[in-house]
Design a protein around this ligand. Structure first.
Ligand code: ADP
Ligand code: MG
Length: 719
């Protein structure tokens, strides 16, 4: 094992440089590998193109003839690009993407073929994807169905068709199907509200821009750490002398090896139509960020999944390994994926963009306040939507938002809401300037130069969008975005009904709107927090406000199954009770499995690597102590170290033994929730810290030459 550490370091330090040739202007190759609208138009007859376009815009089903025509055009294009296979590309509940490739080549005719029905539907052998019991109770089979709203692309000489994955009885078995339904719900609700102001708006689409953080380390070093390989994070490792305290990495110059890697994956991402636009160093050493320009949520979600996959693939070429895990290294910043979200009308208006006209600002305030209210009403669901074993290590630790949901809007907007709250209930006479009376006539100038920033809030308004920062680096954005769009849809529906009621009672429309907003501002005040979200005072303050702070995923997941949530999902047809229950089973199981893996890796490392190393070093010390004694020289310091090592070894032996017993007990529990809680409390909570502490102390004591695991300082300062 010792050899592995040093041979890995040797390899890592002697990597040849990989040259990345620039393919020239981005506009020359952007979306080259995507069958986008432009390519559809040039490959399809005008009539067929029109039908597809309408189907995409209006979410209408595509008939068999049209599907055949599209399949034939897609085939021609794909073959011309050198593709040999096709696959339905989907996002099962494993958290990753899935694909099953079929060849275009038909050996009977000796030709390539691809029919409409193959484009539209496939039946992958679904039995080994998680279904939370849905398939066993109902139908054994599942199928994937083409989602024309996300463009077809070529990846690794394979034509990839974005699809949703459902059981034969119609239950969603993936992350995308509920997202599409939530997007539909918020479209309907937001459009209705928009029509209070503008008749012209007929569609509202949510947008998403993901800032993806990640760590990169050398592949040989990664391969020498069983914990990284098995669990995605280091379960042991003492903090390096220099961590992130100097803040010198943030926005610093990018190490050349990483820079080559970035350029390489960006070129491929751009070919795939992923509009990657920014890259920079993050706070922790070896931590970086990539962000594409925002897109429609459905596409942005697919693009983020594809980008993560692509980064893994390109990293291979550079002998690097990308880590998306939320907390790969203790004591350093974790990895998040900020989800920037807003609502945009088909007339091109960003509904969360303050404007220079008072009238339009009433619309802006409507969407702002309703979003805040939605978070207030369903904070627990939002918390649940970002829950995972990985994210639990991150939330509330080292510069990450805590598990308490709150909204930051900045001091200027706070002042605006205070004003509206005060002036909401006014009487308006004929000839009055209503906006002045409401106190919103002056807000345009104020809001437009709003430069307030607060990096510590889990849900912050950042000028023209909300930024949901609690999302984990490894998450599929479909989950939190399903919830966010669903709760905002529900809130907008309620708002619309209240306003309609007031109008029916003869109240002026704008005043009715202002009155309802005023009520919401009051009701949702406790969810707003402008201070330091990372501070201990906030945890206390939040408790006083009775905001929930559920620090672990197994319990956070309960939020999905409350009466209130079940009704909410049902009302907007986003998920049935069966689907909700199934998903929770899957999430609880995934949680237990992840902690089980971490716990096993700990056991393996401690018993087979750490303890033997500590003992052999200890033997050397004992020999040394005897030698010193024979010479009549004090051996006190050495004996002290021998004692300390003995103590740590005892702690470890007992810890691992007891933890294994606790695992055995947990494994006997049938109920998925109870089991996850047992893993959370009795295994992770009881032993992880204790064991880690002893190992990390030993790392400091044992001769560097003997230590079996690549150290943090060796992994994290790649140049
Ligand atoms: P930062 O938050 O680091 O200051 P930016 O605000 O420039 O960075 O943008 C971060 C992300 O937010 C980018 O992906 C950007 O495209 C996205 N974004 C900007 N405007 C919107 C919007 N209206 N809706 C969704 N995402 C947006
Ligand atoms: Mg940001």
């Amino acid at each position: 094992m010792t050899k592995l550490r040093f041979s890995a370091l040797e390899k890592a330090n002697n990597r040849p440089k990989i040259q990345v040739e620039s393919p020239g202007k981005i506009s020359d190759y952007f979306a080259d590998d995507v069958f986008d609208l432009r390519k559809m138009q040039s490959h399809l007859s005008p009539d067929i193109f029109k039908r597809v376009k309408t189907a995409i815009d209006e979410g209408i089903k595509i008939d068999a003839d049209t599907a055949d025509a599209i399949a034939s055009a897609v085939k021609t294009w794909a073959l011309s690009k050198g593709a040999t296979h096709y696959t339905h590309w989907f996002q099962p509940l494993t958290g990753a993407t899935a694909e099953k490739h079929d060849t275009f080549f038909d050996h009977l005719t000796g030709m390539e073929k691809f029919k409409g029905n193959e484009l539209v539907q496939q039946e992958p052998d679904a039995s080994s994807f998680p279904s939370g019991g849905i398939r066993s109770t109902f139908e054994a089979r599942g199928y994937t169905a083409w989602d024309p709203s996300s463009p077809i692309f070529i990846y690794d000489v394979t034509l990839c068709i974005p699809t949703i994955f459902v059981s034969y009885t119609g239950e969603a078995l993936d992350n995308k199907a509920p997202l599409l339904k939530a997007v539909e719900a918020v479209d309907v609700a937001a459009t209705q509200v928009c029509q209070l102001f503008y008749r012209k708006v007929t569609r509202v689409k949510p947008s998403l821009g993901c800032e993806q953080e990640y760590f990169v380390i050398d592949k040989a070093l990664y391969n020498s750490r069983p914990d990284l390989m098995m669990a995605g994070r280091t379960v042991f490792g003492h903090n390096p002398a220099r961590g992130q305290q100097l803040d010198d990495h943030y926005f610093g110059s990018i190490p050349t090896r990483i820079y080559d890697f970035m350029k390489d994956f960006e070129i491929e991402a751009l070919r795939l139509g992923i509009p990657v636009s920014t890259r920079h160093n993050e706070v922790a050493p070896s931590q970086f960020e990539v962000a594409p320009t925002f897109e429609e949520i459905n596409i942005a979600t697919d693009h983020n999944q594809l980008l993560m996959d692509l980064m893994n693939k390109v990293a291979e070429r550079h002998d690097l390994k990308v880590l998306f895990h939320e907390k790969p290294f203790a004591e350093l910043n974790g990895t998040g994926k900020h989800n920037n979200w807003s609502l945009i009308t088909d007339t091109g208006v960003n509904l969360l963009q303050p404007s220079s006209s008072a009238r339009e600002n009433l619309i802006f305030l409507t969407f702002l306040v309703n979003t805040i209210k939605a978070v207030h009403e369903h904070a627990d669901l939002l918390r649940a939507s970002i829950g995972s074993a990985g994210n639990d290590h991150r939330l509330g630790a080292n510069e990450a938002p805590p598990a308490i949901m709150s909204v930051f809007i900045g001091s200027q907007l706070t002042a605006v809401l205070n004003e509206l709250e005060k002036n909401g209930n006014i009487k308006v006479e004929k000839g009055d300037n209503m906006y002045m009376k409401l106190g919103i006539d002056k807000i345009p100038e104020i809001i437009l130069d709003n430069t307030d920033r607060n990096r510590t809030s889990p849900f912050a308004f950042t000028g023209n969008k909300f930024e949901f920062r609690a999302v984990g680096g490894n998450a599929n954005t479909a989950l939190p975005m399903t919830i966010l769009n669903l709760i905002v849809a529900d809130q907008l529906d309620k708002f619309y009904k209240e306003v309609e009621k007031a109008i029916a009672e003869g109240i002026d429309k704008r005043l009715a709107i202002a009155n309802v907003l005023r009520k919401y501002i009051k009701e949702s005040k406790k969810i707003r927090f402008e201070g330091d979200g990372y501070s201990d005072e906030w945890v206390e303050e939040a408790a006083k406000r009775k905001l929930t702070n559920v620090s672990d995923t197994p319990r956070a997941l309960d939020a999905y199954l409350t009466d209130k949530s079940r009704k909410l999902f049902k009302r907007h047809k986003v998920m049935s009770e069966i689907e909700l229950e199934a998903r929770n089973e899957i999430s609880w199981d995934a949680y237990s499995m992840q902690i089980q893996i971490e716990s096993r890796v700990m056991g393996d490392l401690v018993l087979n690597h750490i303890i033997p190393t500590a003992i052999s070093y200890q033997n050397r010390l004992i020999e040394n102590a005897h030698g010193l004694q024979d010479l009549g020289i004090s051996n006190k310091a050495v004996v002290e170290n021998v004692k300390k090592i003995t103590e740590y070894i005892e702690t470890l032996n007992k810890g691992i033994y007891d933890m294994t017993e606790a695992r055995k007990r947990a494994n006997k529990i049938d109920n998925a929730r109870e089991k996850a809680i047992a893993y959370c409390d009795n295994i992770k909570g009881e032993y992880f810290e204790k064991i880690r502490y002893a190992v990390d102390k030993l790392e400091l004591l044992v001769d560097d030459e003997d230590w079996p695991l690549v150290k943090y300082r060796e992994m994290l300062f790649l140049r």
